[in-house]
Design a protein around this ligand. Structure first.
Ligand SMILES: Cc1cc2nc3c(=O)[nH]c(=O)nc-3n(C[C@H](O)[C@H](O)[C@H](O)COP(=O)(O)OP(=O)(O)OC[C@H]3O[C@@H](n4cnc5c(N)ncnc54)[C@H](O)[C@@H]3O)c2cc1C
Length: 436
C-alpha cells in the first residue's frame, strides 16, 4: 500500500505516526463528497475503492435506469450535468459525472483496493487497516460504503422451486430473463420501474405492492424534488412514526411521471398485496393491497394540500392543477384482491425481489454497532472515537442517502474530524520554573 506523508500536517508527529490521517472507504458519491470536504480543509486522506469510482451506478443498476431527480437537483453543488437541467441523467452519465467530479479536485482515490478489516490499535490512537494491497494505519476512518450494500433476497421461495430468482440489483433488461411471466416483489422506485419496463416489453407482470409514499412527479409546474425542498421534507430529521419502512415510489423514466398504481394496473400489470409464505408452488398474498394503495393516495394528496398551502401563504404565481386530484377508476385487482397465487398456473418463471438492501460492515471490526449490527452514531459520528459513517439512510435527514444530501453530511463530518484533529494537535504550554 502506498504510504503518504504530509509535512504540513500539524498532528502527524503526535501520539503515533500514522500512514494515513483519514482513510475513506468507498468511492461512490459519499466517498467523493467526503474527499472534497477533506481536501478543502487540507486534511491528508486517501479514498480506497474495491472496484471503480461510482461502481454501483455502473454495474448494480438496470440498463435503462435514470436518476429519480432532475439534473438540476440530483447533483453536487460544485458541478452541473451537461444535460438540460430538467432532464433525468442516465445511470452511466451519473457515474461519469461522479468520476469527473473526483477528477475536478484531484481526489486521492485508489481503485481496486478492498478493505478487509479495520481494527482499533491497542494502546494507541487510530486503527490498523488490512487491505487487499497491504496494511496501513489510519487515525480516522470514514465508512462511506453506502446504504445499499447487500441485496436482500428473503428465504421465502426455495431454490428447488425451479424459478429464476434475482434481486433488483441484478436485473438489467427484459431480454435477460427466461420466457414467461414475471413476479416483481416490492413496489418502491425500483420495483415499479422494473415492472413497468417488463410489462411494456410484452411480459405478463405481477407486482406485489407494500406500504409506499408516492409523491406527484410534478405539481403546479414544479418537480417533487422542489416541493420536498421548499416544504422542508428533505431536511426532516426522522421518518414519521410508523413509516420507517415505507418506500418511495417515484420515477424519472420516460421524462418522468407520477407513479399511480391504477395506471400500472390499467396497462395490464396485475397488482397484489404483500407477498407472504410460499408452499407447494403457491404464494400467499396479504389482503392489504387496498390499504396500501389508499395510504399511498393519502400521502400523495397530503403533499398536494401542503403545496397548495405553501403557494397561498407565499403568494406564488404557480398555475393551479385541479386534474392532479382526479384518479382513474380502481382496478379490479384492488376491489377483488388475489389471496393465493399459484405461480406455475400464472405462467411465472421469474421472481424479482425489489425489497432493498442490508448493511454489510463485516470488515469494520470496531465498537460502533448495536446488537443487530446497525451503526451506532449521531449524524455519522460513531460511538467508536475516530470512526465515522457516511451515506446512511436518515443519517442526519431524509436527503442523507441521496446525491445532494450526502454532500452536506460529508461537510459536517469533515468539520467533526477537523475539531478532533485540533484537540489532538494541542500541546500543553511548558511550565517554566520559578527562577525562569
Ligand atoms: C436503484 C437505485 C436508484 C437510485 N437512484 C438515485 C437517484 O436517482 N438519485 C439519488 O440521489 N440517489 C439514488 N439512489 C440512492 C443512492 O444515491 C445510491 O444508492 C448511491 O449509489 C449511494 O452512494 P454511496 O456512495 O453512499 O454508496 P455506493 O454507491 O454503494 O458506494 C459505496 C462504494 O464502497 C465500495 N466498498 C464497499 N465496501 C468496500 C470495502 N470493504 N473496501 C473498499 N471499497 C468498498 C463499493 O464498491 C462502492 O463503490 C439510488 C439507489 C438505488 C439502489
Amino acid at each position: 500500500m502506498e504510504s503518504r506523508t504530509h509535512p504540513s500536517n500539524a498532528v502527524e508527529d503526535t501520539v503515533v505516526s500514522h500512514d494515513i490521517e483519514v482513510l475513506v472507504v468507498g468511492a461512490g458519491q459519499a466517498g467523493i463528497a467526503m474527499s472534497e470536504h477533506l481536501s478543502a480543509g487540507d486534511v491528508p486522506h486517501l479514498v480506497v475503492e474495491r472496484d471503480r469510482i461510482a461502481e454501483r451506478w455502473r454495474s448494480w443498476r438496470w440498463d435503462s435506469l435514470v436518476a429519480n431527480g432532475p439534473a438540476w437537483h440530483d447533483r453536487f453543488p460544485g458541478l452541473e450535468f451537461d444535460i438540460a437541467p430538467d432532464a433525468f441523467a442516465g445511470k452511466e452519465r451519473v457515474a461519469d459525472y461522479l468520476e469527473a467530479y473526483a477528477t475536478k479536485f484531484d481526489a486521492p482515490v485508489r481503485t481496486g483496493v478492498q478493505v478487509n478489516s479495520v481494527r482499533k490499535m491497542e494502546g494507541k490512537s487510530g486503527f490498523h487497516v488490512e487491505t487487499s494491497d497491504g496494511d496501513l494505519n489510519a487515525r480516522f476512518v470514514v465508512a462511506a460504503t453506502g446504504a445499499f450494500q447487500k441485496p436482500v433476497v428473503p428465504a421465502v421461495i426455495p431454490e428447488t422451486s425451479g424459478l429464476h430468482q434475482i434481486h433488483s440489483s441484478a436485473y438489467r433488461n427484459p431480454q435477460q430473463l427466461p420466457d414467461g411471466a414475471v413476479l416483481v416483489i416490492g413496489a418502491g422506485s425500483s420495483g415499479v420501474q422494473i415492472a413497468d419496463e417488463l410489462q411494456q416489453s410484452g411480459r405478463q407482470v405481477y407486482l406485489a405492492v407494500g406500504p409506499h409514499d408516492r409523491p406527484p412527479r410534478s405539481y403546479r409546474g414544479r418537480d417533487f424534488c422542489w416541493w420536498l425542498g421548499v416544504l422542508g421534507k428533505w431536511d426532516a430529521a426522522a421518518p414519521p412514526r410508523g413509516a420507517e419502512h415505507v418506500t418511495i415510489a417515484v420515477s424519472g423514466a420516460h421524462g418522468g411521471h407520477t407513479v399511480d398504481f391504477r395506471n400500472l394496473a390499467a396497462s395490464g400489470i396485475t397488482l397484489l398485496g404483500m407477498a407472504g409464505d410460499y408452499a407447494d408452488g403457491v404464494l400467499t398474498i396479504a389482503p392489504d393491497l387496498r390499504a396500501n394503495i389508499d395510504a399511498g393516495d393519502a400521502n400523495y394528496l397530503s403533499m398536494l394540500d401542503e403545496a397548495d398551502a405553501y403557494v397561498a401563504r407565499n403568494g406564488l404565481d404557480l398555475p393551479e392543477e385541479p386534474e392532479a386530484r382526479v384518479f382513474a377508476p380502481d382496478p379490479e385487482c384492488g376491489s377483488d384482491p388475489i389471496g393465493r397465487l399459484d405461480l406455475a398456473a400464472a405462467g411465472i418463471t421469474t421472481v424479482i425481489w425489489a425489497v432493498g438492501f442490508a448493511f454489510d460492515y463485516d470488515w469494520l471490526q470496531v465498537d460502533a454497532f448495536d446488537s443487530n449490527g446497525r451503526p451506532r452514531h449521531q449524524r455519522g459520528v460513531s460511538t467508536e472515537a475516530g470512526i465515522y459513517f457516511l451515506g446512511l439512510p436518515w443519517q442526519s435527514r431524509r436527503g442523507s442517502s441521496f446525491i445532494w444530501g450526502v454532500w452536506h453530511d460529508a461537510k459536517y463530518l469533515a468539520d467533526q474530524i477537523a475539531i478532533q484533529r485540533s484537540y489532538l494537535a494541542y500541546e500543553a504550554p511548558r511550565t517554566e520554573g520559578i527562577l525562569g
